[in-house]
Design a protein around this ligand. Structure first.
Ligand SMILES: Nc1ncnc2c1ncn2[C@@H]1O[C@H](COP(=O)(O)OP(=O)(O)OP(=O)(O)O)[C@@H](O)[C@H]1O
Length: 249
């Protein structure tokens, strides 16, 4: 089914990847709207991480299309996809432990993509203001001068989200952002995600159903590389096909 709604930020159509004949993602289609938080759920091995790898160019697709604001991402390199406005956070935080929160954010601030942009980059007020704004959003405004090494696991995850946000992506993809977080940190992360979709779309892979209920605009259930069910949390939770896959194993 091909949909021609120009309002979609992301249109994934017939996406397929085959590893030695095994189709980890198999003719997958889904569509993401602006200001949407799409949560992808599904049993282990369903193909969730592979879908994000395909969208961000880390894994090359065997077939299909990933259209982001009119651009075909499958023909682009990973760095070009980032430049186009797609941010990706992996499961384990990768912040610079020896640098402060401020420095980590500063390092991620876009400096222009030519050599002059990098040469003439200065820590001016615009950058400082933006870092302050992001730090407030990710609950780290009191910790700007703290070395990242001293942050809790949850705070490191927020910092990494901040490092992506400072680049102002139109699509942000997060792989299990609350894994290993305390209940209080999960609540705050849900608050953060609900705030950031005011300006962009987010795709989240998640296993914690309580958290999914707190954040999802819509849920896509993957099974064996295909969409098993899609819709509101309530709808997919009550879908007999979903119940069968989750309880039948
Ligand atoms: N590079 C690869 N080479 C071969 N097989 C792969 C590769 N990447 C993923 N797979 C296989 O593709 C399938 C889907 O993997 P994927 O990691 O996307 O699942 P997932 O839904 O994210 O699972 P989990 O919830 O366990 O993280 C698995 O069977 C996995 O072993």
């Amino acid at each position: 089914m091909v949909q021609n709604n120009p309002n979609f930020v992301l249109m994934v159509e017939d996406l397929t990847v085959s590893f030695d004949g095994f189709k980890a993602v198999n003719d997958l289609s889904f569509y993401v709207e602006p200001n949407e938080c799409r949560v992808i759920i599904g049993p282990n091995g369903a193909g969730k991480t592979t879908v994000l790898d395909l969208i961000c160019g880390r894994t090359k697709a065997t077939g299909g299309s990933v259209n982001f604001k009119g651009q075909e991402l499958l023909n682009m390199r990973e760095d070009q996809i980032v430049h186009a406005g797609v941010g990706r956070k992996f499961q384990t935080p990768s912040v610079y432990e020896d640098l402060t929160v401020f420095e980590n954010l500063e390092l991620s601030y876009p400096k222009g993509h030519n050599v002059f942009g990098a040469l003439f980059f200065r820590r001016d007020d615009t950058v400082k203001d933006r870092i302050q704004e992001i730090a407030e959003m990710i609950f780290l405004e009191e910790l700007l001068q703290e070395k990242a090494a001293f942050l809790s696991h949850g705070q490191k995850q927020w910092l990494e989200i901040g490092m992506l946000l400072i680049q102002d992506p139109e699509l942000l993809m997060l792989d299990e952002p609350v894994a290993g977080m305390s209940v209080a940190e999960r609540k705050k992360t849900a608050e953060l995600l609900n705030r950031i979709i005011a300006d962009r779309s987010v795709i989240v892979i998640e296993h914690d159903m309580g958290f999914v209920a707190d954040i999802a605009t819509r849920v896509t259930v993957l099974h064996q590389g295909k969409v098993l069910s899609e819709g509101s949390m309530e709808r997919v939770q009550n879908d007999p096909k979903v119940i069968e896959v989750y309880l039948g194993h």
